[in-house]
Design a protein around this ligand. Structure first.
Ligand code: PEP
Length: 250
């Protein structure tokens, strides 16, 4: 049984004060949820304060990025060990905004995942195709490349802490969601890739979550699909009422 995993990616939004207000509202509205893993990813500057506010709650903390080294001459970067020190359990890696806007490559993303694994931290590993790639029938090739390169030389034991997020780029922040069938097909394909890389039992345990315009009114249908184990939520995670409804999908 895979425990549903619902994560809110706050992206570049919210001051420390706004983050704390959102977290207090969320803590109240999801306080009785025990059968789902709930995660929020604030901006770096709010991590320590949000971490303190989350003490004793049923919500975990994620960072939105890391650098794949623990210390050194890397001006402006933040390491997995510092994120762990700040109270993070997970780090988002490979988000399409970083791949597209900042030129992050599969090998760089792989280095981050291995660095996180070495520190015992979880990764929310994002993959997904562009609209052009979908329309030219390249979706499965793209997913194959991203999964095999991103998880290269990652130890099978680390997969228990890695969540794969399928996020078709054409559905992120666009209001356009993948259909339930499109999403399920991609998730089932990714699970098959994981089976090829790590074996059946690992593939059956890894959570594969969907991201791309998840909202209160489409979450129930997505979560009813066999291989969809949760959601990575951008825009709708900024409103406590919407995110709490998504967490409490039917
Ligand atoms: C995201 O950025 O990971 C995301 C899924 O955003 P949105 O929910 O706004 O499409």
């Amino acid at each position: 049984m895979r425990k549903p995993f619902i994560a809110g990616n706050w992206k570049l939004h919210n001051t420390v004060r706004e983050s704390l207000e959102l977290i207090e509202a969320l803590k109240t509205s999801v306080k009785d949820v025990t059968d789902r893993e709930i995660v929020v990813a604030p901006v770096f500057t709010a991590l320590a304060s949000v971490s303190r506010a989350l003490q004793g709650s049923n919500i975990s903390l994620a960072a939105q990025n890391c650098y794949p080294a623990q210390t050194g001459a890397f001006t402006g970067e933040v390491s997995p060990s510092l994120l762990k020190d700040a109270g993070c359990d997970y780090v988002i890696v490979g988000h399409s905004e970083r791949r597209q806007l900042l030129g992050e490559t599969d090998p760089f993303i792989n280095a981050k995942i291995r660095a996180l694994a070495g520190e015992g931290l979880g990764a929310i590993f994002c993959i997904g195709e562009t609209l052009d790639e979908r329309e030219t029938d390249q979706t499965l090739d793209v997913l194959h490349t991203q999964v095999t390169a991103g998880l290269k030389e990652v130890p099978a034991e680390a997969m228990a802490r890695i969540v794969v997020a399928y996020e078709p780029i054409w559905a992120i922040g666009t209001g356009r969601t993948a259909s339930e069938d499109q999403a399920e097909d991609a998730h089932a394909f990714i699970r098959g890739l994981l089976q090829g890389l790590f074996g059946l039992s690992v593939a059956q345990e890894v959570r594969i979550i969907y991201g791309g315009s998840v909202k209160p009114d489409n979450v129930d249908g997505l979560m009813a699909q066999e291989d969809i184990d949760g959601c990575l939520v951008g825009g709708a995670s900024l409103k406590a009422a919407d995110f709490s409804r998504i967490v409490q999908f039917a």
